[in-house]
Design a protein around this ligand. Structure first.
Ligand code: SF4
Length: 406
């Protein structure tokens, strides 16, 4: 058995970059600089219509096998990673759908393989319907110190539009349970620009979320991902999406209200009380390295990006590391493009010294310089002390600016 990922598809992008897939076998036996691990739990009790994350609804009889298989993979990953981790993030799917007993097994494995006595930010995503006092206590005793609860909206009609199954009252119930169990860092996720949602309703959702005193809020505009039921319903004309003007009003309204409530916006969609920024997401935005575990998880290590094959049956029928797909090894321009795309999401921006380097590297350096100047000139980008940043006007047009820059 090899310790290295087994790439099973011939991604044409590789051939275009003249890097054979097997080049990943140049990984050493131990890998340096990996600071985080993302674990994907691919089970949900219902599929929300906007969601394109890999998860399956019928998980009967497979959760135990999944945890067993994950244990095997974690043992291998722990041998590969040389340095202590800063972050562990368990997402999904709905990780809190696993039974308390399976969580005990998983946490004991994570403690012995990944944590090994070090201090890490250890986050778990939760659906409000699945948080119980027993599970919360097990999570906290197993080292989990940050929870992220998917609230999305407190208006039943908008949850229904999203086909999101939870009772809004259970958000408060789960927050209370998690706080009582000892969770000191708690995020709530909200979605805005839901079809039919008014500006007042979006702000009212935020007010309700704030009344629960979270330490962190992630507010995402609804995106229509390809191949989701929501996008199909949009295509069939079943509803009108929020207009761009309304979406911009909502975003500005949320930003203003969060600032008044003392939250610091540190990323386009993320606000935190001091010392509660999500360190795991910072790894993504700072283009650092993390290892993916479980089917459907994506990772970034040693210049490679890949996705673990999102099929539970393939995972359970195999051994060793999860098999992978969509492997990319970017050339210099590609790497700079990714760094810009992620780093400019951060309010601190990208250090000016790094921007100066980017202007000297890669085949697209000249176009990049011209795009920087254009957007600095039109007030969408600004050179500030902490780095090159999107301005407030630029935040609303982030996608089109980034397309220009990369
Ligand atoms: S609970 Fe989360 S992961 Fe599961 S379908 Fe809904 S949005 Fe997707």
């Amino acid at each position: 058995m090899t310790l290295l990922p087994q790439f099973t598809n011939e991604d044409p992008r590789h051939q275009a970059k003249k890097r054979p897939i097997t080049s990943i076998s140049s990984f050493p036996e131990q890998i340096e600089g990996v600071r985080g691990v993302y674990l994907h739990v691919p089970f949900c009790f219902h599929k929300c219509h906007y969601c394109d994350f890999y998860s399956i609804v019928d998980s009967r009889g497979r959760q135990e096998a999944f945890v067993e298989r994950l244990t095997e993979e974690l043992l291998i990953v722990s041998e590969l990673l040389r340095e202590p981790l800063r972050t562990i993030y368990v997402g999904g799917g709905t990780p809190t759908l696993l039974s308390p007993g399976l969580w005990e097994t998983l946490l004991s494995t994570i403690q012995s393989t990944l944590i090994r006595g070090s201090r890490v930010e250890f986050s778990v995503e939760a659906n409000p319907e699945t948080v119980t006092p027993e599970l919360a206590t097990i999570l906290v005793e197993g080292g989990v110190n940050r929870m992220s609860v998917g609230a999305q909206s407190f208006h039943p009609v908008h949850l229904k539009t999203l086909e999101r199954w939870h009772d809004p009252d259970n958000v408060k119930r789960s927050v209370d349970i998690l706080r009582q169990a000892g969770i000191r860092s708690l995020n709530l996720d909200l979605i805005f620009a839901i079809p039919g949602q008014s500006l007042e309703e979006a702000l009212n959702d935020l007010d309700t979320a704030l009344s629960l005193e979270p330490d962190h809020l992630s507010c995402y505009d609804l995106t229509y991902e390809p191949n989701t039921p929501m996008t199909e319903r949009l295509r069939r004309g079943e509803f009108q999406p929020a207009t761009q003007d309304l979406e911009a009003d909502m975003y500005r309204g949320l930003c203003g209200r969060l600032e008044s409530a003392g939250f610091i916006q540190y990323e386009i969609s993320a606000w935190a009380q001091p010392d509660h920024q999500c360190q795991h997401n910072m790894l993504y935005w700072r283009n650092e390295q993390w290892w993916p575990v479980g089917p459907g998880a994506s990772g970034h290590v040693a210049g490679f990006r890949w996705k673990n094959i999102p099929r539970l049956s393939v995972y359970l029928d195999s051994s060793g590391l999860c098999q992978v797909q969509d492997v990319e090894f970017l050339d210099e321009d590609g790497r700079i493009g990714e760094e810009l795309m992620m780093g400019l999401r951060l309010r601190e921006g990208i250090p000016l010294s790094r921007i100066d380097e980017m202007l000297k590297c890669g085949d697209r350096a000249e176009q990049r310089a011209a795009a920087f100047e254009k957007h600095i000139g039109n007030g969408l980008l600004a050179r500030r002390e902490s780095g090159l940043q999107l301005t407030e006007a630029g935040l609303l047009l982030a996608d089109s600016i980034l397309v220009d820059l990369i």
